[in-house]
Ligand binder design. Sequence first.
Ligand SMILES: [Zn+2]
Length: 156
Amino acid sequence: MPITPLHFGVLAPINHFAPGKVSNVSFIIANLWMDQASIIFTLTGYGAISHDDHVFWWALVMTGFIGIFRWTRAWWLGALIGGTSHIALDMLVHADMNPFEPWILGNPFYMGWMEPLSLVLLVLCAWLTAQYVSGILDWARKALAAARERIAKLSV
Ligand SMILES: [Zn+2]
């Protein structure tokens, strides 16, 4: 993907159909970690845009590193799906990847779908943003109702 946050769009259908089953935080950490070389280059000019670590075996190792910080199924699933979906999506748009290294060199799944895939993920990101905004509004409504209840009890 041209920008890493588009990968987060994958969370929208996951959150919708399996709410609470996949950690959004570990999913996002896995995606940021996967693109860390490119992010550092974009922000600082140091290094280069790289897809060298966009390899499925590395996604599994990375899941282990992220997973040790919280022993919950949702946390591990977030890291696993975050890393593997990142590679699965990137291999459709980056010809220079070797996702199945060291067993298969080259990228047999390159399709050159940068624009259509980015568009789909942009829509999914909008859906994800709507989910987060809705969640924040729900939380705020509940917090406000609880505060009103406490105030009402104090005034009686
Ligand atoms: Zn990437």
